[in-house]
Structures are given as structure tokens and as C-alpha cells.
Design a protein around this ligand. Structure first.
Ligand SMILES: [Mn+2]
Length: 322
């Protein structure tokens, strides 16, 4: 690689992935490269079945997503993504499963290269709160995420709700001057029309989903189990209905794509104490992935298959056997 060469940045389609891609671009530009955003990535069938043949524009780096052997850089914190390959030859590589988000890893990486990213502390902390679901520590309730009042949560929600705004978000981040200087980027983005539009649209849908959740969920042992086939699910909704529950496990569907979601309730005391279930390990057995406290099995092709996996995983939760 020579100075001026173009490097593409591929990243996970969530707040951490987007913000980390923005920071990676800053780093690469400071290092004298030309940097361009490649594409935002989501877990699903394409990644599950055709990852090795994925049409990356090269050379490229991957942020906050599954490793690819052709990547010249890799930044991640998902234990289940750990590979047996040698990452030491990669120019821009940092893998720390204990990190709360990739944003902090980008800062570390920049420091190791002697690059100053500017004022990014606030931006990094906000991404860490969202990615690690550190909400209780900051006095935020499940509903504060689902229908947010805080600017950084509005941006996180908007990205989650409509991935197609990601290129606009990145463009606006790159163009920011004053908000960039004052480290008020996400608050500034929250004022944008395309974010506000999503926030208004969410209200009615959340109300409906809340009603649906009450009728489509039950408590099994210490786990909230839900089946949201044909209904719209919102992350942390189990916490709105059952604030004190320990574990959450459910089936969700979007556009014919089925997934099993599972995790420790971020608002329960279990989270800080030792949990005897490692959901990342369970998910990996079914071709999914994640962390100890939150994981998913995406890419399930039909309801029957999803339902079968849900039942099997439910048994593991009941018996506390992984
Ligand atoms: Mn992340």
C-alpha cells in the first residue's frame, strides 16, 4: 500500500459500525490514504452462505463485522468472530472481545499510529452505551431507547429502523464542522429532517408492538419467551413489559427473514452478576453469533425451522445447559 491509495471501509449497519467507519476514515485520511465507504453490512443469508465470495471493492477494511480473509484491516469486538487466522500481518488490526464498542478500539488504533482523531470522547462513549446496552448505568429505561428523547439515541434508532439513511449520516458526519469540533455530532444529526421523520413514524408502530408483545409473550422459568412472526418487534420491548425479567428469547421475522434473538435483560441484576448462560455460545452452535449477554441466530429460512430452533434453545435456557 502506498500513500494516496484508495481503501474501502465496510462496516456493520448499526451505530457503532457507522461511527467506527467515520473514525476509520479520519484515521486513513490522516495516514495519507484516500478512504471511501464501501457498504454497510447486515447479518443474514448472504453473509452466512456466500461470505467468501462477497463482492468487496479492494483493498478494503472491515469494521465491527465478520472477518474476511481478503481484508487488509479489521476492527472488531465480537468474541464469536474470532478466527484462527493470523491477524498480525494486517496493517490496521485491533480485536478485543472485551471492548464495549469498536469506536474505542478505533481511538486506540489511532493512538498507536500517532494520529489525533480530534474531540471524539463523547461520540465514543455514546456508541459504547448503545452497543453494550449500558442504559441502566446512565439512568435510561427501555422505553428511552424505543422512543428516544436523547439525540444520540434518536440517531441509533433511526439507523436501526432504516439502514438506507446510513450513507446520508456518513456524508453529514464528514461534512460537519462546528458540531465536529464540539463533539456534538449525534445531537446535530438528530435535528436532521430524515431522522426526525423516522422518529415521528415510530410512535404508532411502537404502540401497536407494545400491545402485540403483551399477547405474544410468556414467562418460562426466568425467561421471557416471545413469538413475533408477522408482527413488528422492537429491541428492548421485553424490558418495557417485563422490566425485572432475567433472560429474553424470541422469534422475529422481517420480510420473510427469520431470526432467533436471545440475551440477558440489560436492566436485570443478573447482567452484572455471573450469568450461567453464554448466549453467544448457544447462537454459534446454530450458525449465529454475538456476545455473552446478547446474541442472535439470523438467516433462518422459514417459520417451521425458526420455531424448531426457538423450542430447542428454550430447553437450553430452562435447563441452563449450553
Ligand atoms: Mn459493535
Amino acid at each position: 500500500m502506498q500513500k494516496g491509495d484508495k481503501i474501502y471501509i465496510y462496516f456493520h449497519a448499526d451505530l457503532d459500525g457507522v461511527v467506527s467507519a467515520f473514525l476509520m476514515k479520519k484515521l486513513l485520511l490522516a495516514e495519507g490514504y484516500t478512504a471511501e465507504y464501501g457498504e454497510y453490512l447486515n447479518y443474514g443469508r448472504v453473509v452466512k452462505e456466500g461470505w467468501n465470495e462477497y463482492p468487496f471493492k479492494e483493498p478494503f477494511v472491515i469494521i465491527d463485522f465478520k472477518y474476511h480473509p481478503k481484508a487488509i484491516g479489521y476492527v472488531d469486538h465480537h468474541e464469536t468472530h474470532k478466527m484462527d487466522c493470523d491477524l498480525s500481518g494486517l496493517q490496521y488490526c485491533i480485536f478485543e472481545p472485551k471492548a464495549k464498542a469498536c469506536t474505542g478500539l478505533l481511538e486506540k488504533l489511532a493512538e498507536s499510529k500517532g494520529v489525533k482523531l480530534g474531540r471524539v470522547k463523547r461520540l465514543i462513549t455514546q456508541s459504547e452505551i448503545v452497543d453494550a446496552a449500558d442504559y441502566p448505568k446512565f439512568g435510561l429505561k427501555p422505553i428511552d431507547y424505543i422512543l428516544p428523547k436523547r439525540g444520540f439515541l434518536k440517531v441509533a434508532r433511526a439507523i436501526e429502523d432504516d439502514n438506507t439513511i446510513i450513507p446520508r449520516i456518513l456524508h453529514d458526519l464528514d461534512e460537519m464542522r462546528i458540531a465536529d469540533w464540539f463533539d456534538f455530532r449525534l445531537e446535530s444529526l438528530a435535528q436532521k429532517k430524515y431522522v426526525r421523520k423516522i422518529m415521528i413514524n415510530l410512535r404508532g408502530r411502537v404502540k401497536k408492538s407494545f400491545t402485540d408483545f403483551k399477547s405474544s409473550s410468556k414467562i418460562v422459568g426466568d425467561t421471557v419467551v416471545y413469538d413475533f412472526y408477522g408482527k413488528e418487534f422492537f429491541r428492548y420491548m421485553p424490558g418495557v413489559v417485563y422490566l425485572k425479567s432475567k433472560y429474553w428469547l424470541g422469534l422475529v421475522e422481517r420480510d420473510g427473514n427469520f431470526a432467533i434473538k436471545m440475551g440477558v435483560n440489560p436492566w436485570s441484576k443478573t447482567r452484572d452478576a455471573e450469568s450461567n448462560i453464554d448466549v453467544g455460545v448457544i447462537a454459534k452452535k446454530y450458525g449465529g453469533g454475538g456476545h455473552k449477554a446478547v446474541a442472535a441466530i439470523p438467516g433462518l429460512t422459514n417459520y417451521d425451522e425458526a420455531k424448531r430452533v426457538l423450542e430447542e434453545v428454550k430447553q437450553k435456557f430452562v435447563e441452563k445447559i449450553i
